[in-house]
Design a protein around this ligand. Structure first.
Ligand code: PHE
Length: 357
């Protein structure tokens, strides 16, 4: 191989490269031309691998010549790329349609507390203003607190295996927050005013309105001469405060072994405005507040004399209340970690999320 020939070749390639740039207008086109010279199979690229074909004493010289040419052509393309790129940007900016700085930006999703937590805090606040304390109890309970102390006899259907998650250690996952009634009676003695927000568990098949893990808020008021009138007044105040408007309610007799008399307080479904949807099982009403006057035997279990004291209790469905309040049509959203359920509550109102047909 001849060095002089190589130098001649390199000079030719360089001038070809220069002239190939005439009239090139886009970075893309430039990239293609660059590959014809500097790519592995390009004219210069191929020559780069030929150093070994020279006699050992010529290799240094050949290598230097090749590197110099390679660098020169590389720089040529780099300069040209910069020039064209800046022209392209300028052209784009001058086109009015390319970028409109007056368009509104993408609104970021704002994180917030879970809807159940939001409603829980609100309820705690309402009841604290009425002089109630906020209590808590264990999620793993004994048969005694969950059933026995609540006047639920051993053969009551509420103890059915289908409703309760029994644990291997003989304990159970509380099926409601009512076990804390007895705990609070023993802790405070009368008079008592407390609420107990908390997580409950039931062995349920999950659908749009049933979950095996949900939140309740127990309420208990025990004092001298507490009557049904007190119960109704507090329940109405509660719903009015939570929904910030008068909510239609209806009372039906309801059976719970730990209250006598017992009621089911329903409110008109706010998802469908009482018209009937999947959430309210097409009835237009949502069962939201089972309640009643504390059964004498429950007071006795708690060490309170039912001749001297009376009381009312309620078991508010916190999860269901949160769904009503924020227009969430499907209870499964609540435990699914669905971030749409965590945006600011004000954005959850309206058509709502989840199945709503
Ligand atoms: N603990 C009952 C339930 O979960 C609700 C309830 C509470 C009913 C207090 C009456 C009084 O079904």
């Amino acid at each position: 191989m001849d060095i002089e020939k190589l130098q001649q070749q390199l000079a030719d390639i360089q001038s070809q490269a220069k002239s190939s740039l005439d009239g090139v207008a886009s970075v893309q086109a430039l990239r293609e031309i660059r590959a014809r010279f500097l790519g592995k199979k390009g004219t210069l690229g191929k020559l780069m691998g030929t150093v070994r074909d020279y006699l050992p004493e010529q290799r240094g010289q050949a290598g230097q010549a090749l590197n110099k040419a390679n660098k020169a052509v590389g720089e040529l393309f780099e300069r040209m790329t910069e020039q064209i790129a800046s022209k392209e940007v300028a052209a784009e900016a001058s086109q009015a349609s390319a970028f409109d700085p007056t368009l509104p930006g993408v609104r970021p999703m704002l994180g917030n507390v879970h809807p159940v937590t939001a409603v829980q805090w609100e309820i705690e606040h309402i009841f604290q203003r009425l002089g109630f304390t906020v209590e808590a109890g264990p999620e793993m309970e004994s048969d005694y607190y969950n059933f026995e102390a609540l006047n639920i006899p051993a053969d009551h259907p509420a103890r059915d295996m289908q409703d309760t998650f029994w644990l291997k250690n003989g304990m159970l996952l509380r099926t409601h927050t009512s076990p804390v009634q007895n705990r609070s009676m023993k802790k405070f003695g009368p008079p008592i005013r407390c609420i107990v927000p908390g997580r409950c568990f039931r062995y349920e098949t999950i659908d749009a309105s049933h979950e095996n893990t949900f939140h309740q808020c127990e309420g208990l008021m025990v004092d001298r001469s507490i009557s049904i009138a007190n119960l109704i007044a507090v329940m109405k105040l509660l719903l009015r405060e939570v929904f910030r408007r008068e909510v239609k309610v209806r009372l039906r007799p309801g059976f719970f072994p730990f209250v006598e008399p017992g009621f089911e307080l329903d409110m008109s479904c706010l998802i469908c405005d009482g018209k009937g949807c999947a959430t309210c099982k097409r009835s237009g009403w949502i069962e939201i507040l089972p309640c009643g006057m504390v059964h004498p035997s429950v007071l006795r279990h708690g060490g309170i004399d039912p001749h001297e004291y009376t009381g009312f209790a309620f078991g508010l469905g916190l999860t269901r209340l949160a769904m009503m309040k924020y227009g969430i049509g499907d209870i499964r959203v609540m435990n699914a970690g669905d971030l749409r359920a965590l945006v600011h509550p004000s954005r959850l109102t309206g058509p709502g999320i989840g199945a709503n047909t």
